[in-house]
Write a protein that binds this ligand. Structure first.
Ligand code: 13P
Ligand code: SF4
Length: 363
């Protein structure tokens, strides 16, 4: 029998969908684990066996004994689950369209071109540690593995940079310029020693002198969600609520992070609000689904949670994982069909794993 098609699932009403997801989970039992990133919509998030930020979920994927790891998140997360799990385990992404626009801003060809171009001015293998944010394709993690580099997440970026500078004097950091800059600045690296590599220009649009003087070469990538937050959003909040506090994700712009009281990963943001005293008021600079959930959960504790932007900004790719797609992959598993498996080619996975293990060794 062939796999069940998606189309009929798109017409199933919410309640039926929910009941059938629960029934399929029950049938699959211990053979299944559902991982849910904090940005997932509530109707999907509530079915996750484990939730977390990228680091926590990658650890969960590495430790899970389940045969099927259904990742309610985006493509690079399911790739990491495949790389870190045992060969017989199967990583599944309910909708293959759930990518990450920031991850797509760097690709192997452009990074290799950059590496070669940098090589005309410096001894790249001995002077530069390549660091990729986990929000990147597996072949970029493999690039880092091949070149004695490392992966980082928003939780461990500082420790990863410290490790990187112990290996070599410079870092090429991709794809998120903001995470690189915000982390570097907190390590006392002056802004003028963190240059942006414009991957559409020869030599990244940089002079030989700029490359020689740079400590961190930042890829010209960004998150389309977090770039919507503005320093003025924080000014307006503080004018209205002088006692309020601000916490932002480090993918936000430098000026936003500088004006924030706290900066950290999605898990850090949640913990920070959870640990704050009753009556606290928070402005949060990260994705809307997380903020809405946190606002709802914090209300009974007498805490007030505000979203940073007047614009409704959600991660549209995270949002692609909806209950019908989740149900579709689960019922196929019940019927013995694997759909939407994410499989990284073995050589690439082995090299990517080196860079991921370097990260775990410093986290
Ligand atoms: P976290 O690792 O902080 O959850 O971030 C992932 C992400 O994609 C943020 O945009
Ligand atoms: Fe990628 Fe931004 Fe979405 Fe995170 S919020 S998954 S960085 S597009």
């Amino acid at each position: 029998m062939s796999a069940l098609a998606i189309d009929p699932y798109l017409k199933i009403d919410d309640l039926t969908c929910e009941q059938r997801i629960l029934a399929a989970k029950e049938k699959l039992g211990q053979r299944l684990v559902i991982l849910g990133h904090h940005y997932q919509r509530e109707e999907v998030f509530k079915h996750a066996d484990f939730s977390g930020d990228s680091l926590k979920l990658s650890r969960q994927a590495a430790q899970s004994a389940a045969e099927y790891i259904v990742f309610c998140g985006v493509h690079f997360m399911a790739e990491v689950a495949d790389i870190l799990s045992r060969p017989e385990q199967i990583a599944i992404l309910p909708d293959l369209g759930a990518g990450c626009s920031m991850a797509d801003m760097a690709n192997l060809l452009k990074v290799e071109q950059a590496w070669q171009a940098l090589g005309q001015y410096v001894d790249v293998e001995n002077q530069i540690t390549p660091v990729t944010y986990i929000n990147s394709a597996a072949n970029l993690k493999a690039f880092c593995g091949r070149h004695h580099g490392i992966v980082c997440t928003s939780t461990n970026a500082r420790r990863v940079l410290e490790w990187s500078f112990k290996q070599r004097e410079k870092v090429l950091f991709f794809p998120d310029q903001h995470l690189g800059r915000n982390t570097g600045y907190r390590m006392d690296i002056p802004l003028d020693q963190m240059v942006v590599w414009d991957f559409n220009q020869p030599h990244g649009g940089l002079s030989e002198q700029q490359i020689h003087d740079a400590k961190i070469i930042l890829w010209d990538g960004f998150c389309s969600v977090h770039q919507l937050f503005e320093p003025e959003d924080i000014d307006n909040f503080r004018a209205q609520y002088p006692e309020g506090k601000v916490v932002s994700h480090p993918e936000s712009a430098f000026e936003v992070c500088e004006k924030s009281d706290e900066v950290g990963s999605t898990e850090y943001i949640i913990e920070t609000v959870n640990q704050s005293p009753r009556g606290s008021r928070w402005l949060i600079g990260t994705e809307l689904n997380l903020v809405n959930r946190l606002a709802k959960q914090s209300e009974p504790d007498g805490k007030f949670v505000h979203f940073m932007s007047p614009i409704v900004c959600m991660c549209s790719t995270m949002f692609r994982i909806d209950p019908p797609h989740l149900l579709w992959v689960l019922e196929n598993l019940v019927e013995g069909h694997v759909v939407n498996q994410i499989k990284v080619e073995p050589q690439e996975a082995a090299e990517a794993k080196i860079a991921l293990e370097n990260m775990f060794s410093v986290s």
